[in-house]
Write a protein that binds this ligand. Sequence first.
Ligand code: SF4
Length: 267
Amino acid sequence: MRQKGRHRRHRHDVDHSPASGAPTVYESSPRQEEASSAAMTQAEEQAVWRILSTGHTALNAIRLGEHAMHTTSHHIARSPYYDQYACRAGCSWCCYIPVAVTPPEALVMAQYLRKRMSAEELCAVRERLAEQAERIAHLSSAAHAEARMPCALLREGQCMVYEARPIRCRRWNSVDSAACEVGFHDAHAAVVPIDAYGFAAGGSIQAGLHAGARQVGLDGTWYELHSVVWRALEVADAADHWVRGAAVFGDCTPIERRGSVDSPESL
Ligand code: SF4
């Protein structure tokens, strides 16, 4: 059973997230530097080289995304605040914020959906993704967050790709779901306490995936979730194209980046 208040909180860096508009406070810990370290980023870059050293295959393209996702979850489980997380299946107060997804993550998400859905269900999901991507393409990240559009991968309050959810969703963990709910209804009425360790670890690892892909000549761009997952589903052999260097995601919507990899410009 998770216990509240087991660790003393070290709050710092109150920030009005340009993504959600909500005042957000990051629960810091003595191991903060470890999570924000270049070593974590470099380790993921090296993983990209290692995995692709056995071939630029579709299977390895998927492995890149899986490795980064699993490594993120592994580090998050070691957070000093892990046992205080309020995040639960069915809780989706944060699933309206812009989410930055790299191509390997989108490929994992698409594979997950293809394996579990009927042709009809998949067609419906693709339509929802396409419609949402079209709406979002004309919005800034701040306007996107302000619009309070639920993620197209939410079904009855549950994430359809939970086991394959992207790094940005894995790293955003609140220790107070009541604050998340208040923040959802009124972005300026709540301070949402986010675990800074998990947030930074996920940022460092995704930065390594992004940089590693670019170092080997592949597209490592942070794209808006709906556009990049839609494309990964639309193109049957997207993984094969991407890992061979084709610009298969070239007309997806890049997500705005502000400041460092830990800047809360999106989930
Ligand atoms: S992918 Fe899942 S966890 Fe992430 S925003 Fe969408 S529904 Fe929420």
